[in-house]
Design a protein around this ligand. Sequence first.
Ligand SMILES: *Cc1c(COP(=O)(O)O)cnc(C)c1O
Length: 381
Amino acid sequence: MHSQDHDRIFLSPPHLGRHELNYVHKAIEDNWVAPAGPNLTGFEQDICHYTGAAHCVALSSGTAAIHLGLILLGVGPGDEVLCPSFTFVATANPILYLGATPVFVDSEATTWNMCPDRLREAIEHRIQLGKKPKALILVHLYGMPAQLDQLQAIAELYDIPVLEDAAEALGSRYDGRRLGTFGAVGVFSFNGNKIITTSGGGALVTAKTEWAEQTRFLATQAKDPAPYYQHSAVGYNYRLSNILAGIGRGQMELIDSRVKSRREVFAWYQANLKHISVLQFGPTEPALGFSNRWLTTITLDVAHTSVTPEQVRQHLETHNIESRPLWKPLHQQPLFAQAAMYGGAVCTDLFTRGLCLPSGSSLTETDLRRVSDALQEILRP
Ligand SMILES: *Cc1c(COP(=O)(O)O)cnc(C)c1O
């Protein structure tokens, strides 16, 4: 059969259930068409309940949540913020919004997340240069928990507060506890391609009541408690809409089943492609980690194949299958050409050899078979 006869298989499409529309319908019926209302508070409660976070503030995006989170940690002009190089640009852009400077740190081979050794090196070197980093952003890339025990111990040793970018990791755990609740501030994203979605949206979680209040204040234009519109701080328009929070409420009912499906997709690929020796599955869960397997990622053993990830991507495309390169390291981005980088060989190598496969929770066995057949065509000719 020719490729065009098949429907497109997307990388990570939205997967809606039966209740989202009810919440949205109710919001419109009750005229809660605003960035306030019962869906918004309900969605925040759902997230607290699920993650164990004490406080949650739903925001217009994960990027907005990182921006406000860095403000809570006191980041301002001239400060330095530690950040993994191997991540999506949205992790680091808010550092620039604040006039601060990112200091990038390489990955480790197991989890693909920040390497504890490189982190220690980076902190000690910055201190030697007379500039102690103001904050540390940890990312759980593709849903995979970072080495939290080691990374947090280092952050505590040097007394550097942690912002946890769990944008891709809702539902993942470390030592039995949900990701997003380890840092002083945690961030989730509900963008269209994440494990659950509100089409666009995000959330900030924290254990500190004052910080949750401060986040709500900053996200709604920083209006002073006065009868008129008085402002003494810079504010933002970052609150999530009550309509979109309705989609979020419906999605939160399904989060466990979405995590289960994503992990089944990963397990299926692993079981059905294990005989292709040049194809390897990574990253790997750390000792205490449980990944939501948001995206299934592979690397090619370049010593034993001349096929490149880009050729694989193009081949899948001819079968109307979407795949995508791993995140291009931020220290290699023109935007961050001037930034400091500690290490770099690990994430650069991953970027050169890796690819993200279709990983949606709505994939059928037939879809998965199509992807694996196409992979075998090019990798086992
Ligand atoms: C998606 C994502 C973000 C940003 O979230 P948005 O809701 O799209 O703004 C931040 N960090 C990582 C690692 C992401 O994948």
